[in-house]
Design a protein around this ligand. Structure first.
Ligand code: F3S
Length: 394
């Protein structure tokens, strides 16, 4: 790889031993993926923040690093809210470990944003090179915002935060961002009535079909929250880091992409709407959890409208970023009045909140994909309306 003076100085240890080690990680990655050089990034999003997912080994690794982030860097959800975790039944032993993880990241200069939706609070522009690691955030940044990031692991994202550099390969290069498989629905008209949940269910099916390839959807008319739901689910059931929706996502409107979309030959797969709706199987549930990825302001508003004047009869969790709370105080008060628990900083999957809780209903295709493996609970997919209906015993 071609190294500039700063890269070489990092590797020579002139910026400290920790950054030297970080640069060695990035150099190894660059060599594996045939990168020609390093490029600077505008921001970093670091996953691997919950003690539930990183454990003692991750905490030990973090504790041995001694450097500070040199670019804006945001942290993914942790395993519990910063305050009020006792009332939620989080064990003291877990909280103590989680606090050590939080302290370690703060010491490294990673902002304690504790969200997988940093794009609601930081400016990310089309064409920006970034290094993000939470899979739904990667998908949203690449696909909906038109930024450029590979699906980083927690350690490589942290290495970039501490050095400001990432190897230029994969989705940082425009020609690697072209669609590789085309997905169509057998009844595109059906999507006119779809909510975020059906888009999540479509993501569950589509991700399993495409794996790591870049899909191009034809004939979808989705808003940003629907795209968030679709992308998050595809990143979980497959490993999709970028997708395109023709005429909707930003890159499909570039002449370069338009030309390729029109002229290139690619595999075309038709997904049956009936298969998407089959994801919504009815089973008895013991809790409801929404907010995967963390809710947008519009989604909070929608939840509040549906829960207004109602009472939940089973545990009902609503996950939002702490920073979102300030912009929807009234709506969150309405949600809390219903008995639902508004939980910031953490999420359905990375906290121990619902581990072994029987069966849990969600409107998220990503949570649906992970609940069994990560939390040992049976998942049930439902629209937000259905989640409220079941959560309120109607
Ligand atoms: Fe975010 Fe947790 Fe879902 S990190 S995307 S809320 S699994």
């Amino acid at each position: 790889m071609k190294l500039d003076m700063y890269d070489q100085a990092l590797l020579d240890g002139e910026y400290g031993e920790s950054r030297q080690k970080m640069m060695e990680i990035l150099l190894t990655l660059g060599k594996i993926y045939d990168a020609e050089r390093f490029i600077p990034v505008k921001s970093v999003q670091v996953s691997g923040a919950s003690f539930k997912t990183i454990g003692e080994a991750g905490l030990k690794w973090l504790s041995g690093i001694d450097a500070k982030a040199v670019v804006p860097a945001f942290l993914n959800p942790i395993g519990m809210p910063r305050s009020g975790w006792e009332e939620l039944g989080i064990p003291q032993s877990f909280a103590e470990k989680q606090n050590l993880v939080n302290d370690a990241y703060i010491r490294l200069g990673i902002r304690p944003t504790y969200t997988c939706t940093p794009y609601y609070f930081s400016i990310v522009e089309r064409g920006d090179h970034i290094a993000w690691s939470e899979s739904s955030a990667v998908s949203y940044a690449n696909s909906v915002l038109g930024a450029r990031t590979n699906r980083e692991g927690g350690p490589s994202a942290l290495a970039t935060a501490l050095t400001g550099k990432t190897p230029e390969y994969g989705l940082h290069i425009v020609k690697n961002r072209l669609p590789q498989i085309e997905l169509r629905l057998d009844e595109p008209e059906a999507t006119k009535k779809w909510t975020n949940a059906e888009y999540g269910a479509l993501g569950v099916i589509a991700g399993a079909i495409v794996g790591t390839r870049i899909p191009l959807f034809m004939n979808l008319r989705s808003n940003r929250d629907m795209l968030k739901s679709l992308g998050a689910a595809m990143a979980a059931s497959g490993a999709v880091a970028l997708y395109h929706v023709n005429e909707i996502t930003p890159e499909t409107r570039f002449p370069f992409f338009k030309k390729h979309i029109t002229e290139d030959e690619r595999e075309v797969v038709t997904i049956e709407v009936a298969d998407v709706l089959n994801v919504f199987k009815e089973i008895e549930v013991t809790a409801v959890a929404i907010g995967c990825p963390h809710l947008s302001k519009e989604e909070v508003d929608h939840v509040a409208k549906l829960l207004s004047g109602k009472k939940t009869i089973i545990p009902f969790y609503v996950f939002v970023a702490e920073e979102m709370k300030a912009s929807c105080t009234e709506e969150l008060a309405v949600i809390a009045k219903s008995g639902a628990k508004v939980v910031p900083d953490t999420c359905i999957v990375v906290s121990p909140l619902i581990d072994h809780a029987g069966a849990v209903m969600t409107n998220s295709g990503k949570a649906y994909s992970y609940l069994l493996g990560m939390c040992d609970v049976a998942p049930r997919m439902g629209t937000l309306e259905e989640c409220v209906r079941i959560g309120c015993g109607e």
